[in-house]
Design a protein around this ligand. Structure first.
Ligand code: RUQ
Ligand code: CUA
Length: 664
């Protein structure tokens, strides 16, 4: 007993040592002389590439220009963003609604550009919420989040969202297995093996409008799903997931989930799953999840709580899921451009196994199995293996591909990018990163036709790359030129939140499709004022609706009286501008909300519950013209029960009499 404890403790120590990264030997400035030229984008010139980078625990996504590394925009997704009023305006609050109510934050790890024929089609980018399981769709014409769907039966939505080659589905696997939502989850935690299940969600995406829907879920054994990729080309119709914790441990996973020599890659035949779905083999399950959509017509979001999903059971429907043994604690699971090779990276493995799709099919046909795991057939390792990349480095995590038949794998522990040939699995080049690299991205690196040219490393534990900023240092990405035989480090750039996955795409189409403003005549917001003549202040009981307009450089109305303590005031602010890049902001003293930032032609609403009697100034927060500082106004708040009537205007003094002193 004592000995066993000691062994576990020792194993833990070895692991900890292995997982802490080493500092690369030549950690000085390994930058070549022409780097400045390669990353210099002259003032007024555009970058060649958009790089969409996960914001990790910021919950947002950021967009950089490559090769300059300039931050262009932070797109609010799962977290409130006071800069843009996201989650603060009445219109955007429903976007953050969940079955747990309003959730103002999440942890965003993976981004996925929509695809047609296995290539980026420049329409949408999707992202996962890791904590309260959700998937978001961002519209690339507006760079705004237009839809968020919650995922039932899930906990820790990590292997998500990954996309099929024609955006038929976004697939999301649960990281934490949990008891299904429709059974009593009040069970002992150590009943994991019996009660916990792993669920994979298939989210359909509307061909024209991108609308998401949970088409079906597959219930799988209780393990941790880490990452995934769709098959493409020859393997279209299949999906591949890396799984760890096949030990099914529920405590001290750093030791208990690292016991086995091999975990699994799970291959899922989703075309087969579709057949079973059509044949009515799914079970309708009662669940609760939010589905939130934002309309650019009404400039408002709606949140709907849905109550049913269809679940296919992988134990019963035997030919949907197959396990393939994979050394050891696999993390990344990536598919080559042709779809033939599946690269799985065991965090604690000394090799990178590359599986062959052709061999997987043959192994299934020949039933070349090593028994079952929890009712799922386990394909023999050798029967699925194409080969192993030998001595790649330490701690392989993620792999992307270029247009010349090469693969690039991030090595967390040895802090480097390793380039190898997909055909003969030979290592061709290695370059240090500073320091522990997590994900990496090649331009178009997960498509059927990678663009290549640049590789970006997203690093963890970045020390001494920038001026120190207190206990927390800047997160970092590093840009490599991969156009030659040798990779060349050409730039460091700081990132927002911890960067996980990112994707990069040539800028042309997205740049061209960018929306410049919303047409005021198409604004269907229920509280729009399409001109100053339509502005008004309307009392409905204790609710006061202010139909306000903004245009350079005044608010209409800018003097409002007749508001009383106990009122809820809704400022519905319409930006009348019809010009590119002329937002106006709106804020009022004491509001327990952020500002509004209103784009041309748009209406947004700030809710304000005055807490004090007196005069509250309001103003435009976005420096919009030479007379921006004049773009201001006043609201008079009278005591509850006062008889000051509603009055309002701009350019005239309200006619209301001075209020008599309150009688109380
Ligand atoms: S992860 S560093 Cu959250 Cu995608 Cu691999
Ligand atoms: Cu509008 Cu400043």
């Amino acid at each position: 007993m004592k000995n066993k404890k000691l062994t576990i403790a020792l194993a833990g120590l070895v692991l900890v040592a292995a997982l802490q990264s080493c500092r690369p030997k030549d950690s000085g400035n390994a930058v070549s002389g022409d780097a400045a030229q390669k990353t210099y984008v002259a003032p007024g010139k555009y970058d060649e590439i958009y790089n969409f980078v996960s914001g990790g625990f910021s919950g947002q996504m950021s967009c950089y220009g490559i090769p300059s590394g300039r931050l262009l925009r932070v797109i609010p997704v799962f977290s409130v963003d006071p800069e843009k009023g996201w989650g603060y305006s009445e219109e955007t609050k429903p976007m953050l609604n969940t079955s747990h109510g309003f959730v103002p934050w999440d942890d965003l790890h993976h981004v996925q550009l929509s695809k047609t024929n296995g290539e980026y089609d420049n329409r949408w980018i999707f992202a996962n919420a890791n904590n309260t399981p959700r998937v978001a769709r961002i519209d690339l014409t507006t760079f705004r989040t237009s839809e968020i769907i919650e995922l039932p039966n899930s906990g820790g939505n990590h292997s998500s969202p990954f996309i099929t080659e024609n955006t038929e589905y976004l697939v999301a696997g649960t990281r934490f297995s949990v008891p299904p939502d429709d059974v009593n989850g009040d069970v002992p935690i150590d009943s994991y093996k019996e009660n916990f299940k792993g669920t994979i969600s298939f989210i359909s995406v509307g061909k024209e409008d991108g609308k998401m829907d949970i088409a079906f879920q597959i219930q799988c054994p209780g393990v941790n799903f880490d990452l995934s990729r769709a098959g493409k080309g020859v393997s279209h119709g299949w999906f591949f997931f890396s799984c760890y914790n096949t030990e099914q441990a529920n405590t001290l996973l750093e030791v208990n989930a690292s016991q086995k020599d091999k975990d699994f890659v799970m291959a899922v035949n989703w075309k087969k799953a579709e057949e079973y779905l059509k044949a009515g083999k799914g079970r309708k399950q009662a669940v609760k999840y939010a589905h939130n959509t934002y309309s650019e017509k009404t400039h408002s979001a709606t949140s709907e709580i849905k109550t049913e999903v269809i679940v296919l059971d992988s134990k019963v429907l035997k030919d949907i899921c197959y396990f393939i043994p994979c050394p050891k604690s696999p993390h990344g699971c990536d598919v080559s451009p042709t779809g033939e090779y599946i690269v799985a990276s065991g965090k604690l493995a000394a090799v990178i196994p590359v599986f062959s799709f052709d061999k997987i099919l043959k192994a299934i046909a020949a039933k070349s199995y090593d028994g079952e795991f929890d009712g799922i057939p386990v394909i023999k390792y050798e029967s699925a293996l194409y080969g192993e990349v030998k001595k790649p480095g330490l701690g392989p995590l993620h792999t992307e591909f270029d247009d010349n038949g090469n693969a690039y794998t991030s090595m967390f522990v040895s802090s480097e990018v390793v380039k190898w040939s997909v055909k003969d699995l030979k290592v061709l080049d290695r370059q240090p990163t500073f320091y522990s690299i997590g994900h990496l991205c090649v331009v178009g690196g997960d498509t059927k036709k990678p663009f290549g040219k640049y590789l970006i490393a997203y690093n963890k534990i970045t020390k001494d790359r920038y001026l120190p900023t207190g206990p927390e240092l800047s997160q970092s990405a590093q840009l490599f030129d991969i156009s030659g035989d040798k990779m060349k480090l050409i730039l460091d750039f700081p990132t927002i939140g911890e960067p996980h996955y990112a994707q990069a795409v040539v800028a042309d189409v997205i740049k061209k499709n960018s929306v410049k403003m919303f047409k005021i005549e198409e604004n269907a917001h229920p509280y729009v004022a399409k001109g100053e003549k339509e502005t008004k202040v309307v009392r409905e009981g204790n609710k006061v609706h202010v139909y306000m307009t903004v245009i350079r450089s005044h608010l209409t109305p800018d003097n409002i009286e007749g508001i009383k303590m106990g009122d809820e005031v809704y400022f519905h602010v319409t930006n009348l501008e019809q010009d590119w890049d002329v937002p106006h902001g709106f804020a009022i003293k004491g509001a327990s909300n952020a500002e509004l930032l209103i784009m041309p032609g748009e209406t947004q609403t700030l809710k304000w519950i005055p807490k004090r009697v007196g005069i509250s100034p309001m103003y435009c927060t976005d420096f919009c013209s030479a007379l921006h500082q004049e773009m201001t106004g006043y609201v008079r708040v009278s005591p509850a029960g006062s008889n000051v009537p509603i009055s309002y205007g701009t350019g005239k003094t309200p006619a209301a009499p001075a209020a008599p002193a309150p009688s109380r």
